[in-house]
Design a protein around this ligand. Structure first.
Ligand code: NAP
Ligand code: ZN
Length: 351
């Protein structure tokens, strides 16, 4: 074991603060990574504040962070895909059993024995896993991704969660040229969804509660922008969408969006608000519409997404911050005030 600098929360109400954590020495199949950038996902905030206590209660101290990009510093003797000096990335998962039907299909996110990057039982050290708000991490090579060499690293980190979480359902539901696709909520996930929907050739419409984000939405690739609090503007799109991705972090009326789906259209929730919300049966049965959800994505698809981003020059639009500004960043996330992802420059943890 060795010590690594990190930022952790001691309770649901305490700010994140500097600490030191134990990391394992790399085993035969492990890759040790010096973290260069780590994105801030709204899930980090939900988890730190124990807002998902009913589903995934937080164990303290909590070191969040699952949008990790860095450089390999050491590899175990059995590692074949990486060597010291390579760029590498880690997302929301760090382990799975590798033998269940989900793993065999490359869908590790559905493995019953999957280990999330933080706040999950740590099979090596006991306690819970610690995430990327840290100077280094040690991960089995099966869960380490290759980073295309042409992408800005600060903007690449958010691809590991915001990227794959929006890319995966679009591929699953077959988003393609000629379709009309809606994206609800222009935050970290939402702005990646706009870039992917645009790159896949769909007519892309952004729904936002923030009039100040209209110009940005168009610049990011939207064909149209609707202020979702404007009922008349919403009504103009009734019954017209093939697919809508809802990436909102807080309570809102999803029936308003179900009504915008065309026949057989699908609305996929990727946003994970704290409280359940009502769904009108009629919003679904008129038009044989469906409502579904989607969690992150498998490792093979995450690599596919990174390679797609390399080929299309896609990264996240980031505000790079030092680790010491993380609590300020969280306050801005709550106010939907981020353009469009915070990316922590981990060099700020040194010294
Ligand atoms: P974010 O950057 O904070 O963006 C959320 C956006 O939702 C805001 O920018 C805002 O967009 C909109 N919004 C916020 N409060 C709202 C309200 N009261 N009513 C309507 N709209 C509101 O968050 P994120 O990191 O993209 O994450 C979004 C959600 O996805 C979170 O709940 C997160 O936990 C979840 N998530 C899920 C997965 C998964 O695997 N499914 C993975 C990662 C994250 P506008 O200003 O445009 O309205
Ligand atoms: Zn995330």
């Amino acid at each position: 074991m060795y010590k690594a600098k990190a930022y952790s929360a001691a309770s649901a109400s305490s700010p994140l603060a500097s600490t030191s954590i134990a990391r394992r020495d790399p085993t035969e199949t492990d890759v040790q990574i010096e973290i260069l950038f780590c994105g801030i996902c709204h899930s980090d905030l939900h988890q730190v504040r124990n807002e998902w206590s009913g589903v995934m209660p937080t164990v303290y101290p909590c070191v969040p962070g699952h949008e990790i990009v860095g450089r390999v510093t050491k590899v175990g003797a059995g590692v074949t895909k990486f060597k010291a000096g390579d760029l590498a990335a880690v997302g929301c998962m760090v382990d799975s059993d590798g033998t269940c039907p989900a793993c065999k299909e490359g869908l590790e996110q559905f493995c019953p024995n999957m280990t999330l990057t933080y706040n999950f039982p740590d099979k090596h050290l006991g306690g819970v896993t610690y995430g990327g708000y840290s100077e280094s991490v040690v991960v089995d090579e099966r869960f380490v991704l290759r980073v295309p060499g042409n992408l800005d690293l600060a903007g690449t980190a958010p691809l590991l969660c915001a990227g794959i979480t929006t890319y995966s359902p679009m591929r699953h539901w077959g988003v393609t040229k000629g379709q009309k696709v809606g994206v609800v909520g222009l935050g970290g996930l939402g702005h990646m969804a706009v870039k992917f929907a645009h790159a896949l050739g769909a007519h892309t419409v952004v729904f936002t509660t923030s009039p100040g984000k209209v110009d940005d939405a168009l610049r990011l690739g939207a064909d149209e922008v609707v202020i979702s609090r404007d009922a008349n503007a919403m009504q103009k799109h009734a019954g017209s969408f093939n697919f809508i991705l809802d990436a909102v972090s807080a309570e809102h009326d999803i029936n308003a969006y179900l009504g915008l789906l065309a026949r057989d259209g699908n609305l996929t929730l990727v946003g994970a608000p704290e409280k359940p919300f009502p769904v009108s049966a009629f919003s679904l049965l008129f038009g044989r519409r469906s409502l579904s959800g989607s969690p992150i994505g498998g490792i093979a698809e995450t690599q596919e997404m990174l390679d797609f981003c390399g080929a299309h020059g896609i990264t996240s639009d980031v505000e790079v911050i030092p680790m010491q500004k993380v609590n300020e960043a969280y306050e801005r996330l709550v106010k939907a005030d981020v353009k469009y992802r915070f990316s922590i420059d981990m060099a700020s943890l040194k010294g």
